[in-house]
Design a protein around this ligand. Structure first.
Ligand SMILES: Cc1cc2nc3c(=O)[nH]c(=O)nc-3n(C[C@H](O)[C@H](O)[C@H](O)COP(=O)(O)OP(=O)(O)OC[C@H]3O[C@@H](n4cnc5c(N)ncnc54)[C@H](O)[C@@H]3O)c2cc1C
Ligand code: FES
Length: 282
């Protein structure tokens, strides 16, 4: 029976900075009131304001960055009541915080194929630390060289490429792709990826990581399957509890995959990162 990670806690955080980004995003910088363990990229926290402006059920958000002073940043796109309440908060606001939750990306070492990370819109969030950790060498694995990391960042238009300059400062290849051509490649991330391959700018064998809207991730997973490439997806499924109790985050598993006969997995405790082979993708 999957359970929440043993290092997860429920605690209060203090909001110390709010910075707008893109058309409808904010970066919230929070100071936790407890010491947190080292955080693997793509783990997440449940967040809500400690007042009536937030819905009773906190919302899940990937950790964006951990700063040197121990503060944590979340990059949030305003969608509805929960995200709006967080985005309209001012420094000094107390946030109810539960985490760290979920599994995070696998160890990204320099001893395997180059990495291609594909983020769609707000799905870019779990890649900042993934790049940082891969460049630094994580959990005993050798570092990945900067030229061996490509980040393909797609969105409908330039205003939804949140914090793209911050990603570019990491020193890896960042390829922007917009549906309307307002920045970078004119087209979607899969088309941008195929263009990289056909122009010989990307090795044939790569590890693929993706996060974004489901149709985008499914398209990326199909490309990876057709090319027989290892691929992981970080899902942003609706969540209730975030800790494995409510079954609100069920995802269909692939028959004969790593979940065996279990037809569903819980995104919050079995994920949010899954190997593509584990999921029944449309
Ligand atoms: C593991 C995980 C990590 C996430 N990380 C981030 C992050 O780093 N930054 C970020 O901005 N968001 C992230 N999300 C998505 C975020 O949790 C939702 O946008 C948020 O819960 C919406 O809450 P709300 O109250 O504002 O919207 P609601 O009022 O609940 O919904 C408003 C509208 O948004 C739609 N919606 C709500 N949740 C989702 C969803 N998960 N997928 C698609 N549509 C949705 C609803 O259908 C509705 O139309 C993550 C989700 C998961 C599961
Ligand atoms: S969100 Fe409740 S079980 Fe996953």
């Amino acid at each position: 029976m999957p359970a929440p990670p043993p290092d997860a806690r429920s605690f209060r955080s203090e909001l110390i900075d709010v910075r707008p980004t893109g058309d409808d995003g904010v970066v919230l910088r929070v100071r936790p009131t407890i010491e947190l363990p080292a955080l693997r990229a793509a783990r997440f926290f449940m967040l809500r304001r400690d007042d009536e402006l937030s819905p009773a059920i906190p919302r899940p958000f990937s950790v964006y960055r951990v700063r040197e002073d121990g503060s944590i940043e979340f990059l949030i796109k305003v969608m509805g009541r929960g995200t709006r309440a967080l985005a309209e908060s001012v420094p000094g606001t107390t946030l109810v915080t539960v985490g760290p939750l979920g599994n995070g990306w696998p160890v990204l070492g320099g001893d395997a194929e180059p990495l291609v990370m594909i983020g769609g819109g707000i799905g870019s969030v779990p890649f900042y630390m993934a790049i940082e950790q891969a460049l630094a060498g994580m959990e005993g694995a050798p570092p990945v060289a900067a030229p061996d990391i490509t980040f393909v960042y797609g969105a409908a238009h330039a205003g939804l490429l949140y914090d793209i300059e911050v990603f570019e400062r990491l020193g890896v290849r960042v390829i922007a792709a917009t549906d309307d051509g307002s920045r970078g490649f004119h087209g979607n991330v899969v088309q941008a990826l195929e263009a990289e391959w056909s122009n010989g700018r990307l090795p044939e064998r790569v590890r693929v990581l993706t996060c974004g809207p489901d149709p985008m991730m499914e398209a990326v997973a199909r490309v990876a399957r057709d090319r027989d490439l290892p691929c992981w997806l970080s899902l942003e499924t609706y969540m209730g509890c975030g800790v494995g109790i409510c079954n609100g985050c069920a995802v269909r598993t692939a028959p004969g995959g790593p979940f065996g006969d279990w037809p569903i997995a819980k995104c919050c405790v079995d994920g949010p990162v899954f190997p593509a082979a584990a999921l029944a993708l449309d």
